[in-house]
Design a protein around this ligand. Structure first.
Ligand SMILES: Nc1ncnc2c1ncn2[C@@H]1O[C@H](COP(=O)(O)OP(=O)(O)OP(=O)(O)O)[C@@H](O)[C@H]1O
Length: 489
């Protein structure tokens, strides 16, 4: 392996009394993909933010190309060829995709820039209207635009903070090909992910952080169990309840009925088009699709956050089509939105205040502590402001409502995004247990693995319609067909 492009020497970073990084020393070599793994809150994003100039370390040094770098902003790092694609898209909602990219590149939007952007999109085999305003695109599409933006400056060190993990399979594979090309040109990639199989697929070396310290650095050939052991202290992949143990689904007793529903997007286009789906008591139904096919609008319509133009929605037998979001909650709905930062939590409130807001009855201190413990939220202190939590821990607060109430139907949009493996299993397991006790779950997800693992039925959404429904004991056999329908309809 060649020389280090970046040397991280004894870096420490504290936020009040939280030690996010505790003396991290690490080299990033030229021409490598270095994967960083660790539980939620272990310090991965903080390390990435220091490297890209968003945070200044309290102690320690960052050496780039042999010289100590003192970045005071991401702009300084960008000038040195270090760019980060963050876990949470950093785009301005009211600007178009093209305007956002222009802003990042310090250019004015022009026809020639549009052509360059379209060429990168072509490399991905993807086309989209780059004049669309960012507020109208999904979270996943925003993340994709972040990748495009970063690649346009030909970075020397590209930092990907969980920004590619949830891309649709084909786009992710193309992104992997593109970063492998970067590496062939001797550029480097620091890749943060929670998915161990993904890490093994892409990485050359693997660093595991725990409580802000490097606990292991592995080379190629490492086993998933070794990484798991370093991350969590146990080797086994924690399984979820096998589906055959689930109680019989009562399809005749429907907890959610979406009947020929049409919903418009922010542009007045029908994003959901006369779509019907129902969920029986004891059933988990997944809706899978490539982001931008109407899944977000469908979730919002069920939650009462978006108007239903035609058709009707019933929760637990009640017609809720015209009900307010809170009325739907009263009738037994729990909705976990796609973007926890925007809709899932109140960032300025504490963990406990958020949880008290979700619970429909008064909950005591012990219930709050119990939910924090079960989900492994760090820091554990219930008065911590949610804005101070790591991405995965914010998502945990958003999904904690699953543990705090006994709803009839859960509608969850990408609920395990940003969660480490342990917490992901807990969330899926909770949904299975909830279905076992007679509830129903509509899981809207881009993660086909997850849908196959936990569902009784998998419906594929394409252009706002259900293109196909797959059903059976073993949905695994339909995997490639499901993926094909997702892409080709
Ligand atoms: N701006 C901040 N203010 C206060 N605390 C912070 C801030 N940013 C991070 N922290 C704390 O530092 C610790 C490490 O957070 P970090 O975001 O680096 O974790 P992470 O490994 O990236 O987690 P995740 O997998 O959830 O994204 C956490 O305990 C977090 O609460």
């Amino acid at each position: 392996m060649s020389s280090a492009i970046v040397k991280i020497v004894d870096v420490q970073k504290r936020f009040g009394d939280i030690v996010a990084l505790d003396g991290v020393t690490l080299d990033v070599f030229r021409g490598e993909i270095l994967v960083v793994l660790g539980e939620n809150g272990s310090g991965k994003s903080t390390l990435a933010k220091i490297l890209c100039g968003a945070y200044v370390p309290d102690k320690g040094k960052i050496i780039v190309d042999g010289e100590e770098a003192k970045f005071s902003s991401p702009y300084d790092a960008k000038r040195k060829g270090i760019v980060m694609i963050s876990q949470r898209p950093q785009l301005i909602d009211d600007l178009s995709i093209l305007e956002n990219i222009a802003l990042f590149l310090d250019e004015t939007p022009s026809k020639s820039l549009a052509r360059r952007v379209e060429n990168v999109l072509k490399d991905f085999g993807f086309s989209m209207d780059i004049n669309r305003k960012v507020y109208s695109i999904s979270y996943t599409e925003k993340q994709f635009i972040e990748l495009v933006k970063a690649l346009m400056i030909n970075p020397k060190l590209l930092i990907v903070d969980e920004a590619a993990t949830y891309l649709p399979h084909d786009l992710k594979q193309r992104f992997f090909e593109i970063i492998k090309h970067l590496v062939l040109r001797n550029e480097s990639v620091l890749y943060i992910t929670h998915k161990i199989p993904e890490a093994l697929e892409i990485g050359d070396r693997f660093v595991v952080l725990r409580k802000g310290r490097v606990v292991n650095v592995f080379g190629k050939g490492v086993e998933a169990s070794e990484i798991r052991q370093a991350m969590f202290g146990f080797e086994e992949y924690l399984g979820i309840i096998p589906k055959q143990l689930m109680r019989i689904v009562k399809r005749d007793s429907k907890v959610l009925v979406v009947d020929k529903v049409t919903v418009f997007d922010d542009y007045g286009k029908a994003a959901v088009n006369s779509l019907s789906i129902d969920v029986g008591s004891g059933e988990i139904v997944s809706i899978v699709g490539i982001a931008g096919n109407g899944e977000r609008e469908l979730g919002e319509a069920i939650a009462g956050l978006r108007k239903v133009s035609k058709g009707s929605i019933k929760i637990n037998g009640f017609d809720v089509t015209r009900d307010s979001p809170s009325e739907r909650v009263r009738k037994g709905l729990i909705y976990i939105p796609e973007d926890p930062f925007r809709e899932g939590v109140a960032l300025t409130l504490s963990i406990a205040e958020n949880m008290r807001m979700y619970a429909r009855e008064r909950i005591g201190h012990d219930t709050v502590l119990d939910a924090i413990k079960k989900l492994g939220i760090v820091p554990e202190n219930p008065v911590t402001q949610v804005a101070k939590l790591s991405g995965g821990n914010v998502q945990k607060v958003s999904v904690s409502r699953l543990l705090l109430t006994m709803p009839k139907i859960v509608v969850a949009h990408n609920p395990t995004r940003m969660l480490d493996e342990k917490s992901r299993i807990l969330v899926l397991d909770t949904m299975q247990k909830f279905a076992q006790t007679g509830g129903g779950v509509l899981l809207i997800t881009e993660d086909v693995d997850e849908a196959i693992q936990v569902s009784n039925r998998v419906a594929v959404i394409v252009n706002g319609r259900i293109a196909r429904v797959f059903e059976g004991e073993n949905l695994e056999i339909y995997r490639s067909e499901i993926e094909k329908v997702m892409v080709y309809g």
